[in-house]
Design a protein around this ligand. Structure first.
Ligand SMILES: *Cc1c(COP(=O)(O)O)cnc(C)c1O
Length: 476
């Protein structure tokens, strides 16, 4: 048995590269990353001509490994070239973020040390760091001392966590579902619909609140619909407002909706995944008054703080609500919850073993300080206003003044179908590749979207887009 163990040990120890092998791999990986970052200003935002990653399949997973250079070549060619380049400042399509560098270093350290951030007993420092970040965000939105939250992978997961808490907070049992009403708007992010379904609330009646000309919920319509439902013997229990819709950047009237929710005893959830961090700007912070009225809310550091993908946050005004839905007991964990000084993420989320996500947020916040984040957010607001103004000068319609950093616009040609024209225009911009934009449908019309939240987007990026749009519509 000892001989066999020695043989297995020899093979298993290859999982620990020697200092030399580590150096070689590090040099190759860092060199590859640095080369990408050095060229980021000129790399395309969208590449349509580089295949679709098929090369990966020609190198199947097998018993023997390959060299780091060969692996990097596979990644470069098949993963990091085709399709959307979300690290590019030219990504102006789907609420981008970017991927700030110090986050990657935070992830690197989190992965090397592999501290277990699920339970205070196991890693008091890691849990304290995550709780400190959650407290910082609670303070930003004006939540009281009893609030808490969870660092999760994304806004979608954060919405799912919150909708379950709303369900349990209002004690919606299966028999209550057919008469328990949810109030949304047509601008509510689809991850909320998904969350409702996953939470087992798919058979709740849903009312869509009417929108004003800027796509914001009309509070009077909400009050009216709740009253009608109550009169019909139904049980209104949840309203979801958006603080920055994905489609157009609209902020619902948060205070008015909050007081209606309170008056009628509804759970109030606010989706601030996209817009929330604009609260850091002098210009917009007042527009977010009312966030503190929400029973739960979500906010996405991988959008508004420009982190690489993988960090969304749910905050709950009374952390006991979160605990009611997610605490657990397991006899093998009995040592872990003896006398905690801090709440543990494992008691407050569906996850147990988890990535130590706090470090990817803490490190950049500590190294940069808040000032450059504020400046970057203010820059994005101003770029949106600049684009809104300039795109009209070259003949586009752009009716809605941007509330945040999304601008919607379309070109109406002298002849031909405008929807078809704008569809072609979208294709022209994407084929060019320097800038990546998207589209939506507003009031039944095909409309182009400028969504500006990549930290590498600056004045010259927007000028390039204006130039492309200008020459594609000249004389039309
Ligand atoms: C992006 C977004 C979400 C979903 O967040 P992910 O992090 O993409 O899962 C939810 N709501 C709004 C308003 C968003 O913009």
């Amino acid at each position: 048995m000892r001989d066999q163990l020695r043989r297995l040990e020899e093979a298993a120890r290859r999982l620990e590269p020697s200092p030399d092998a580590r150096q070689t791999a590090q040099r190759a990986v860092l060199g590859y990353a640095d080369d990408f970052l050095d060229k980021i200003e000129t790399v395309k935002a969208y590449e349509t001509r580089a295949g679709k990653g098929e090369g990966l399949l020609e190198s199947p997973i097998s018993e023997e490994g390959i060299g780091i250079d060969e692996a990097i070549e596979l990644i470069r060619k098949n993963v990091d070239t085709p399709g959307l380049n979300p690290a590019s400042g030219g990504h102006l399509a789907y609420i981008p973020g970017g991927g700030i560098y110090y986050s990657a270093l935070g992830d690197y350290l989190a992965d090397i040390f592999n501290r277990y951030a699920g339970v205070f007993y196991a890693s008091p420092g890691a849990v304290r760091m995550e709780n400190m970040l959650i407290r910082w965000m609670c303070d930003l939105v004006g939540y009281p001392a009893g609030a808490g939250g969870n660092l999760t992978t994304s806004g979608s997961l954060a919405n799912m966590i919150a909708i379950v808490v709303a369900r349990d907070g209002k004690n919606i049992r299966s028999a209550d579902i057919p008469r328990s009403v949810i109030y949304l708007s047509k601008q509510t992010h689809h991850s909320v619909d998904k969350a409702i379904r996953v939470a087992g609330l798919g058979e709740c009646p849903v009312r869509f609140i009417d929108l004003d000309e800027k796509f914001r919920m009309i509070p009077e319509d909400l009050a009216r619909k709740i009253a009608a439902d109550k009169a019909a013997g139904l049980n209104p229990f949840l309203v979801v407002a958006s603080a920055g819709t994905t489609d157009v950047g609209a902020i619902d009237p948060l205070i008015e909706i909050g007081s209606i929710a309170k008056e009628h005893g509804l759970w109030y959830h606010i989706d601030a995944a996209y817009g929330g961090f604009f609260i850091l700007t002098e210009e917009k912070k007042d527009r977010f008054r009312g966030l503190d009225l929400a029973d739960s809310l979500i906010i996405d550091p991988h959008k508004g703080l420009f982190l690489p993908y993988g960090l969304g946050v749910v905050l709950v005004k009374n952390v006991e609500d979160l605990r009611r839905s997610y605490s657990f007991n397991a006899s093998y964990m009995q040592d872990a919850f003896a006398a905690p000084d801090e709440l543990s993420p494992a008691e407050l989320s569906p996850e147990l073993t988890k990535h130590f996500r706090g470090l990817r947020l803490w490190l950049p916040l500590k190294l940069h300080g808040l000032a450059p984040f504020r400046a970057c957010l203010e820059e994005k607001l101003l770029l949106a206003r600049y684009f809104h103004q300039e795109v009209q000068k070259i003949g586009f319609e752009s009716d809605v003044e941007p509330e945040l950093s999304v601008v919607t616009y379309r070109y109406v040609p002298k002849s031909g179908d405008p929807d078809e024209f704008n569809r072609q225009l979208l294709k022209t911009v994407i084929d060019d590749g320097r800038i990546f934009i998207s589209s939506t449908v507003l009031n039944g019309k095909f409309t182009l979207r400028f969504a500006c939240l990549a930290f590498r987007t600056h004045l010259s990026t927007v000028d390039t887009l204006l130039e492309i749009l200008g020459s594609a519509t000249e004389g039309r």
